[in-house]
Design a protein. Structure first.
Length: 224
């Protein structure tokens, strides 16, 4: 079992987000990012494969951008939000110290000026994905800036291009306590969102992050 990472285009500063109250996200604000992996580095457009298991990774260094949300809530940049692996990753001994995928997400978080929304829950698209065509997952993070811990999160997300091509159409994801864990206040956790094969063409149709939009349509959780 391998966890192999690929970056879209060339990117990636986490900046754009969508919050549980709604709003659109598109990318902007450019920065260079690179990382080392335990296997050979690749260039430009490549595929990758994953299942959350061993940390052998093939990493592509890229450049992308993510833009600010149209939401009216003020973005927070005055405090560092730590990245916490999913429980399933921790159970497989994948940590920020030994897993290149988590390391790359953390790098992008640290490069971001705007991360999360005060007194709300927000998601950010990282500009990365896992998996080969036919079995791929877009990598998001979910940021909790509320004063309560959450688990068994039921979240519905739409993801599309600006020209209307669908990537996720009100797709529902259930982040269980058994596999995802608990989203504590003032922390971020990765989300690996399955993209259906018939929608992959829309996902790969642009290398410009400004052409991608995502929203949270529904959000429910259990308080811990």
């Amino acid at each position: 079992m391998k966890k192999i990472l690929i970056l879209l285009g060339t990117v990636v500063v986490l900046a754009g987000c969508d919050l549980i109250g709604g709003g659109e996200t598109t990318p902007s604000s450019e920065s260079n990012s690179s990382a080392m992996s335990s296997s050979s580095a690749t260039s430009t457009e490549t595929m990758m494969s994953s299942e959350l298991a061993s940390s052998e990774s093939s990493l592509v260094s890229s450049e992308e951008s993510i833009s600010s949300s149209s939401a009216s809530s003020e973005l927070i940049s005055d405090m560092e939000i730590p990245l916490v692996p999913q429980k399933m990753e921790l159970d497989q001994n994948l940590t920020l110290e030994n897993d290149s995928v988590l390391q790359e997400i953390e790098i992008r978080m640290k490069e971001s000026k705007d991360l999360g929304i005060e007194n709300d829950v927000a998601i950010h698209f990282t500009g990365m994905y896992l998996g080969e065509r036919g079995n791929m997952q877009a990598i998001f993070i979910i940021v909790n800036r509320m004063d309560m811990a959450m688990t068994n999160i039921n979240i519905t997300i739409s993801f599309s291009t600006v020209n209307g091509s669908t990537i996720l159409d009100k797709a529902q994801f259930y982040l269980t306590e058994e596999s995802f864990g608990v989203l504590e206040p003032d922390t971020a956790m990765p989300m690996y969102l399955k993209i259906q094969p018939e929608n992959e063409e829309a996902f790969f149709s642009t290398s410009n992050m400004d052409d991608l939009i995502y929203t949270i349509d529904e959000f429910d959780f259990e308080e811990r």
